[in-house]
Design a protein around this ligand. Structure first.
Ligand code: ATP
Length: 299
């Protein structure tokens, strides 16, 4: 295990922001930390980075206490965005790279590579303050890993990016992973977590509700989402055995089943022994699971 968080608690006076949290991250994986506003994600990041003390518990990286490791092994994109307003994009990247121990000569190739990859060529010589918010964020992102950290923490890296830039970021995260970087990130957009993460931890008011693989989380609910195209009425579908809920979509219904074992019986009734245009049984999306877990919703 690369990162081990063991029974970590953070208390501010009487308020418990992180409550006896444990999870592990394997080397070279992408790990998602999800939770509503105020769940304790940023606090957890700051404790891992040793920017904030833990009230109790231990955190280690490659077997060494987080207090003892070389800071340049870590990279961090904080939630509050900030860059030097009057420095050019290019100078900014060299500055952060050199600050974290890399030589200017060695940095050149990487700076050029990432400027091009994040479509910032035209802005290379522009002062950061003249850039759009999204472009400023891309510069800050590159700055967080230009020194090639082993472990990169990204707090809400997708917020404020348009769909094209979100894709650029997703590809960049996967590229960094392929090159051996271990990545921990938070996002309120569950589709990003679903697409990128190997493992995840779901926090609710500082308490871990789940920590493990995305598939194991999905298996807790089973394949209970049934999408079906039929001319049956919604009342008929609602009355079928094992059906908890029915919603009408575009030319199809989505049924929530009590258990996936009911699917066969429903198929026999809906198909009436004939072929059927659409009948698909799936796991719930992470978004649906998240809403159920944190909101105690009706899934
Ligand atoms: P968001 O998604 O909104 O960024 P988060 O999951 O990152 O939220 P944190 O910023 O870690 O949440 O905050 C967790 C809780 O700890 C919140 O209730 C917050 O108000 C509280 N908190 C954070 N810092 C302090 C502090 N310095 N003093 C007191 N309470 C704090």
């Amino acid at each position: 295990m690369a990162l081990v968080i063991q029974e970590v608690t953070k208390r501010y006076q009487n308020f418990v922001a992180v409550d006896n949290l444990s999870f592990t991250i394997e080397k070279g994986e992408i790990f998602g930390l999800i939770g509503q506003n105020g769940a304790g994600k940023t606090t957890t990041f700051r404790m891992i980075l040793d920017l904030q003390e833990t009230t109790a518990g231990t955190i280690s990286w490659n077997g060494e206490s987080i207090h003892a490791i070389d800071r340049d092994l870590l990279g961090y994109l904080p939630e509050e965005r900030g860059i030097f307003p009057t420095m050019t994009v290019e100078d900014q990247l060299y500055f952060f790279g050199e600050l974290r121990g890399r030589k200017k000569k060695e940095l050149k190739e990487d700076v050029n590579y990432w400027i091009e990859r994040f479509e910032l060529e035209e802005k290379r010589k522009a002062k950061a303050e003249t850039l759009s918010k999204g472009n400023q964020q891309k510069v800050q992102l590159i700055a967080s890993f230009i020194h090639k950290p082993e472990f990169l923490i990204l707090d809400e890296p997708f917020s404020g990016l348009d769909p094209v830039n979100k894709d650029l970021l997703k590809e960049a995260i996967l590229f960094l992973k392929e090159n051996g970087t271990t990545i921990l990130f938070s996002s309120h957009q569950m589709e990003n977590v679903e697409e990128l993460c190997d493992h995840l931890c779901l926090l609710k008011r500082g308490v871990s509700l789940f920590s493990g693989s995305l598939l194991d989380l999905k298996k807790q609910y089973g394949k209970t989402k049934l999408t079906v195209r039929t001319d049956m009425a919604i009342e008929e579908l609602t009355a079928l055995p094992g059906v908890k809920d029915v919603t009408i979509g575009k030319e199809q219904y989505t049924l929530t089943l009590e258990d996936e074992s009911y699917a066969k019986g429903i198929f026999d009734i809906v198909s009436k022994g004939d072929y059927i245009e659409k009948f698909s049984l799936d796991y719930l999306s992470l978004d649906e699971i998240f809403k159920d877990k944190v909101g105690g919703g009706n899934v």
